[in-house]
Design a protein around this ligand. Structure first.
Ligand SMILES: [Zn+2]
Length: 70
């Protein structure tokens, strides 16, 4: 049942990302945006350099994470 196995792995990965407290590692600089990769789940996201200079995650993302903890 290869298809079933693949689906299950995909769901586990999604679950991990949903529960992940992302730790963004920012790659590169010099342009308007930098690509960040989560150290834990591997998710990628683009950040403005303004944000990446002072925080690993955006304020909106942090608020969203806080709201999920209750
Ligand atoms: Zn993550």
């Amino acid at each position: 049942m290869v298809a079933t196995t693949l689906t299950r792995q995909g769901e586990e990965r999604e679950e991990k990302r949903r529960n992940c407290i992302h730790f963004w590692v920012i790659n590169g600089a010099g342009s308007r945006t930098s690509e960040g990769t989560c150290k834990y789940c591997g998710e990628r996201r683009h950040f403005s350099n303004i944000i990446s200079d002072c925080a690993r995650t955006s304020p909106d993302e942090y608020e969203l994470w806080l709201s999920r903890q209750k």
